[in-house]
Write a protein that binds this ligand. Sequence first.
Ligand SMILES: *[C@@H]1O[C@H](CO)[C@@H](O)[C@H](O)[C@H]1NC(C)=O
Length: 278
Amino acid sequence: MVALLGVFLVVTLFASSFGNADVVSLDDKDCAGGYIFVDKEIVIDGPFDGDCILQFETQEDRILAFTVVDGDMKEALRFFSIHDGLENNSPILLLENQKILELASRKDLPAALYTTQSGAEIKFIKLPTSNFQLKIQKAVICPFNLGVDSQCGRVVDETSCYCATFTNRNQADQTMYCVDNNMKLISFENATEEERVQAAWGTQTPFWTSLTDTRREGTWLWESSMTIPDYTNWYPGRPNSVSSNTDDCMAYGGATFLTFWGDVGCATMAHAVCEAQP
Ligand SMILES: *[C@@H]1O[C@H](CO)[C@@H](O)[C@H](O)[C@H]1NC(C)=O
C-alpha cells in the first residue's frame, strides 16, 4: 500500500511541477503496484521487480500504446505481459496480433502494443536481465478502413491515425465524411507529416485538405484547426492572387500540382485524407 501510494505521488508531483509535462519518469526501483493516469505519455524506468503490477488508464475515448525505448519489444515481453483492460481476466496483448489490421501503417515505426480500451495492466513475470524503459502513450483507435474504397493506418507516428478515401467528393462533402467518422479533414502541420501521408497514398490523384480561403479571399486557413499555416507547399505561382478568383480550396496531387498544393474550386471532385490526433 505504501509503495502504491508512492508511485501515485511521484506522478502527481512531476505532473504538477512541470505543468503540462509531456514525459513523467517513474524511477521506483522496488515497484509493487500502482495506478497511473496517462495524460499524454509516460516513460517508466527499470529495473522492474518480478512481482510488479502496474495499472494504466487514459482518457475514456482513447487507447494506450506501449513501446520499449531504444529496445526490442519482443525481447522485453519475456519479462512482462500487458493486459487489455483492468479486469481480472483481461486478455494478454500479443505482438503478432498487432498492426495486422493497419495495412497502410509505416513499416519503420517501433513495435507497439495497442489496447482496445482506455485501461491496461502490466504484470512483470520475472526480473529483467537487462534494463529498459517502457513508454506508454495516449493514442487514437485506428480502424482498418472507413467502409469501401478507404484505407487507414498509422502513417505519421504511432499515436495518430490517418484514413484515405478513394471516393470522389467535393471539399465540403469530404469534410463531412471525415466528421461523420470522428475524424477531421487533413491539415499539414509540417513537411514530415505531408511527406509521410504522400508516401502512404501517393499523389497520382488529387486529395482534398482542410485549407481554404472561403472566409476571406486571400487568407488561407486550415479549417480543421482554425489556424493560419506556418508551413506551406504551394505549386509555383499559386495560390492565384486575382481577387475575384473562385479557387478557394486547396488540393494536393494530380497531374497539374504533383506533390505540391494547388488552389482549385471547392466543388471539384477529389479523394481525401482524414486524420485523428490523440
Ligand atoms: C509534424 O506534425 C506531426 C503531425 O501533426 C507532429 O506529430 C510532429 O510533432 C510535427 N513535427 C515537428 C518537427 O513539428
